[in-house]
Every structure is written in structure tokens, then in C-alpha cells.
Ligand binder design. Structure first.
Ligand SMILES: Cc1cc2nc3c(=O)[nH]c(=O)nc-3n(C[C@H](O)[C@H](O)[C@H](O)COP(=O)(O)OP(=O)(O)OC[C@H]3O[C@@H](n4cnc5c(N)ncnc54)[C@H](O)[C@@H]3O)c2cc1C
Length: 382
């Protein structure tokens, strides 16, 4: 069965819901979010392959590369239904959502042939090697260098917060090939098993180790490791960051489930006093505002729409505040919640909530973007 673009929304949703509910789930599959842990890779890969075989991997990719050329609405409905079914939407987002579109837009024929189908089928995991200890919000300050040699490029530097780097076969690397500023940046493909690449996992607050430090020490790359032209790294990086926003839709649905768990937890504990009821009503109205803004952005169908900037800010802060409130409802039970229970899921959501307002651009940076680019306020002094 493949997915058509010309069916109405209700039928499309029903078709996807039916597909997901009857799809065989590999043993050990859980909804691990955008990045798998090492234990998630095997079930996540089998699941991804099943999605790919049925036309649901790389929905947004053009048909000539095995995608479905799906509209933004279509992609959003699939993301929402995956969240509702509590399954991941893909093996890992970096390859299919970020690297795929980059290679389709900027990659050479050789790069497209070599990497795209493997990404679509979930054969390879990729990591995004952008952030550095002194270059996160200010990404143009990247100091990792790639110097041209007779046989290609030599890379030296350090990256940090690189999701899935430990299990990745390839990295998409932003490195400096020229003068300071964004015009001196270029984008490369790095085989993660190349000599001189060292990966050190970082232990997260929730106990998992999804992201890593990556050290690049005299790493030799072939000439065809460069994506696009030298000096074209910045527009390529901006394209990947824009795509990250669309994945937020999944969270909007997950929030409604978390809110139900919170209400159940409050009911079980007989906690409905006016103060808690008011706090719950406030977060409930924020969730609906988010939902309506999300629908407006989808209607516009344009990933460059300013509504998506508002969404990143609203989603991450609402998500964090909801999980914080739900944890308050648990009270001291939060410290002893047995694994795999509803209470443990609430605590996990609260811990993961710390990351939401940082990844993909912090809340402060989103507010700067909204102030300057959407509201036309004066630029921050630099
Ligand atoms: C879960 C998670 C996964 C991630 N995965 C990846 C990945 O796979 N690959 C990758 O490359 N990166 C990844 N990141 C890194 C992420 O992109 C950066 O953490 C983020 O861009 C912020 O950069 P920073 O951590 O260096 O903070 P900084 O930029 O140092 O910011 C520190 C604080 O200062 C504030 N600040 C900075 N500049 C301004 C300003 N101009 N105005 C107002 N306030 C400002 C920030 O908002 C923040 O509160 C991930 C992060 C997380 C949390």
C-alpha cells in the first residue's frame, strides 16, 4: 500500500491509523523519540524498514528518491498518528529528516546514489556534527577546521551534543574552511569509523546516553566528502535547522496523553483543590492554543512560515511546564515511581523537558528571532 496525496484529511488519517494499528511491532519497540539508544536500534530499524516497505519512510522526499512528495499537512498527520500509536516515526531523525533533504538539494549525483536509499531504508544512522563547546546558539563561531590537502581534506576540532554519534555510520559536519563568519563554513560527510574520530557518550539527567562529545583529530576526508561548494555550509546548516521544527507536531499529541495521566494521578490522590485546578486549566488552554497555532501553520503549508518559530517556543515551554506540573501532582511519589509505570513516564517527561527549550535553538534565541524577524523590533546589539 502506498500513500496518496489526493485523499481527504479524514480518510488519510483513518488510513494511517489503520496501517499503524495493524503493523506488526518488533519485540522491544518503544516510542524513543527522535533518537534511539543503542538498545532501541534493532527494533527501531525493523520498524523503520516496515514503514519504508509500505511507503511511510521519507514522506517529504520527492518520489524520484523513493519518497511520497507529501504535503506538510500529510507529514503532520503521520507524525500525530505515530505519537497517538506510541511508536517512533523513523529509526532516527537526523538521517531521514535532515541529511536526506540536504543531499537531495545540494548533494552530487554520486552522493545521492551512495547514501539516499540506505537512509530511506534505515540502513545507516547519521549524526549532526554542528555544535561545539563555544559554538551553539552562535553557530557561525564554529572553530573545527577542514584544510584542503592533496588527497582531500584534513579535519581537526571538537563537537558536542552530537545525538546518536555513538551508533552512527556517518556524520554531517559543519567546519571552517575559510575566514571567520558564516561565509567561511562548509559542510562535509564524515565516516564515523574514520581514523582520528573518537566518540565519548554523555550521560543525561534521565540516565540515557543519547548524545556525545566527538573529537576529530587529523581526520582525512576524500574530496567527495564536501557537500555542495566550499563556503556553502551556512545555507545548508540553515536548511537542516528549519526542518527540525516540523517534528514538533508529535509532541502536541503526546502532551494530551501526558495531561490525561496527570489528571488520573490527581484523581487517585484526591488532590483537586482550586489552586491545582486553576494551574491545570491554564496549561490545558495553552495546549489548545498550541494546537490551533500548529493547525494554522500547517494550513499555510510553508515551512518558512513565522508560525513555525512561534511553535518551537510554545511547544517546548508548554511541554516542560506540563511535565513539571504533573510531577508536582505526584509529590514525593515522583522519587520512588517504579519503572514502566505511568508515574515513571511523567517523571521521565519532566527530566526530558529540560532539553526541549535548548535543542534546535534555545527559547531565548527563538524570542530573538521572533522579535527581530517577525515583529520587526531593533536587532540585539552585537
Ligand atoms: C537533547 C539535545 C540534543 C542535541 N542534539 C544535537 C545534535 O545532534 N547535534 C548538534 O550539533 N547539536 C545538538 N544539540 C545542541 C544544541 O543545538 C545546542 O545546545 C543549542 O543550540 C544551544 O547551544 P549551547 O548549548 O552552546 O548554549 P549557548 O549558546 O552557550 O547558550 C547558553 C545560554 O545563553 C543563552 N544565549 C546565548 N546567546 C544568546 C543571545 N544572543 N541572546 C539571548 N540569550 C542567549 C542561551 O539561550 C542559553 O540559555 C542538542 C541539544 C540537546 C539539548
Amino acid at each position: 500500500m502506498s500513500v496518496a496525496n489526493d485523499v481527504d484529511i479524514d480518510s488519510l488519517r483513518a488510513q494511517i491509523r489503520e496501517f499503524l494499528s495493524s503493523a506488526p511491532r518488533p519485540d522491544g519497540l518503544r516510542n524513543y523519540g527522535p533518537t534511539p539508544t543503542e538498545a532501541d536500534i534493532e527494533p527501531g530499524r525493523s520498524w523503520h524498514k516496515y514503514l519504508a516497505e509500505h511507503g511511510y519512510a521519507g514522506l517529504h522526499w520527492p518520489t524520484e528518491h523513493g519518497g511520497a512528495d507529501a504535503s506538510v499537512l500529510h507529514q503532520a498527520i503521520f507524525a500525530e498518528e505515530c505519537a497517538r500509536a506510541d511508536v517512533p516515526r523513523q529509526l532516527a531523525i537526523t538521517a531521514i529528516d535532515l541529511v536526506g533533504p540536504v543531499l537531495i538539494a545540494f548533494g552530487s549525483d554520486h552522493q545521492q546514489q551512495r547514501y539516499l536509499e540506505r537512509i530511506r531504508l534505515g540502513d545507516d544512522i547519521w549524526t549532526q556534527l554542528f555544535s561545539e563547546p563555544d559554538a551553539g546558539s552562535d553557530l557561525a563561531a564554529v572553530r573545527t577546521t577542514a584544510v584542503r590537502t592533496q588527497s582531500g581534506w584534513r579535519v581537526n576540532g571538537q563537537k558536542v551534543w552530537s545525538s546518536a554519534a555513538k551508533s552512527a555510520q556517518y556524520g554531517i559536519l559543519l567546519a571552517r574552511t575559510g575566514a571567520e563568519g558564516h561565509r567561511g563554513l562548509s559542510m562535509f560527510i564524515v565516516p564515523m569509523d574514520a581514523v582520528g574520530v573518537a566518540v565519548r557518550p554523555i550521560k543525561q539527567i534521565d540516565g540515557e546516553s543519547k548524545f556525545n562529545e566527538v573529537f576529530l583529530d587529523d581526520v582525512e576526508l576524500r574530496p567527495d566528502a564536501l557537500i555542495g561548494e566550499a563556503g556553502q555550509g551556512w545555507p545548508i546548516a540553515m536548511m537542516t535547522l528549519g526542518r527540525e521544527r516540523l517534528t514538533l507536531g508529535c509532541q502536541a499529541v503526546a502532551m494530551f496523553r501526558l495531561r490525561e495521566q496527570m489528571v488520573d494521578a490527581a484523581r487517585e490522590r484526591g488532590l483537586f483543590d482550586p489552586v491545582l485546578a486553576r494551574a491545570m486549566a491554564r496549561i490545558w488552554s495553552r495546549m489548545w492554543l498550541l494546537r490551533f497555532t500548529w493547525e494554522r501553520a500547517i494550513d499555510a503549508g510553508d515551512l518558512a512560515s513565522p508560525a513555525f518559530s512561534v511553535l518551537k517556543l510554545m511547544t517546548s515551554e508548554t511541554d516542560r511546564d506540563l511535565a513539571d506540573l504533573a510531577t508536582e501532582v505526584l509529590g514525593t511519589d515522583a522519587c520512588t515511581a517504579p519503572a514502566s509505570t505511568g508515574d515513571a513516564r511523567i517523571v521521565h517527561a519532566m527530566l526530558v523537558g529540560r532539553a526541549q527549550t535548548i535543542l534546535g535553538g534555545t527559547s531565548e534565541i527563538q524570542r530573538n528571532i521572533l522579535g527581530e524577524r517577525v515583529l520587526g523590533l531593533p536587532k540585539e546589539p552585537r
